[in-house]
Design a protein around this ligand. Sequence first.
Ligand SMILES: C[S@@+](CC[C@H](N)C(=O)[O-])C[C@H]1O[C@@H](n2cnc3c(N)ncnc32)[C@H](O)[C@@H]1O
Length: 261
Amino acid sequence: MPYGSSPVSDRPRVLPPNDPRQYDDLADEWWRPDGAFAMLHWLARARAALVPPATRPDALLVDLGCGAGLLAPHVAGKGYRHVGVDLTRSALAQAAAHGVTPVNGDATAVPLADGCADVVAAGELLEHVPDWRAAVAEACRLLRPGGLLVLDTLNDTALSRLVAVEIGERLPTVPRGIHDPRLFVDDRELIAECARHGVELRVRGVRPEVGGTLRWLVRRLRAARRPPLGGGLSPSGGREPRIRPTWSTAVLYQGRGVRRG
Ligand SMILES: C[S@@+](CC[C@H](N)C(=O)[O-])C[C@H]1O[C@@H](n2cnc3c(N)ncnc32)[C@H](O)[C@@H]1O
């Protein structure tokens, strides 16, 4: 049953926007391809495409705010040891089951050594962290010289609040109340903050493909009216929508930058 459509007695508790306990309430949704976190699967695929294969043995990818490890299948085979840092233990347990080495901790104070990481990923994290600058400082601290930072987040614009919260959280792709738009991250401020910590970040706008997303939504709404399928089949079936580059960073954007030597 989709999140938010259960009978009154089973309804999830109502928590303040961005309250991390929401991830415990939604723990069963992480790995459902058509569940409340569906769009995170699409974004994880697009983020992983920014990560090249490892160039040395024992290369380390640190995944800040890894959640249930949705990045794991997309970077498996690239030659990294995948370490995930997250506040939410229920999510980390699932990440561990998908091959991620779990570290329970805060992205603003990561218990890992300076320069340990060949790649740091921060997917859909910064817009959830009250002090995103501290998380950026940590991401840059963890990178070895020449190491790669990849991230995606929501911009601090009126359009982003409209699209990601007012519209997005009414669709089955994003859980309602998961964002606090006051935490959204201005792309120019993020670039400046990364530069202060030795990482030249380049950003580009991204968005879900239109046709594929509309087809997915129709399939998803139809499937919600049918009884669940057995055998782990996706109720909506079909290919998941792809995340595409777009001309504007005003809503959702990716960043990629290398740490100076
Ligand atoms: C929107 S989810 C993204 C999860 C994952 N990166 C993905 O794309 O599938 C945000 C995650 O960040 C975690 N999180 C939020 N604030 C955090 C913090 N300060 N330190 C570590 N993790 C945090 C949450 O527990 C949650 O798992």
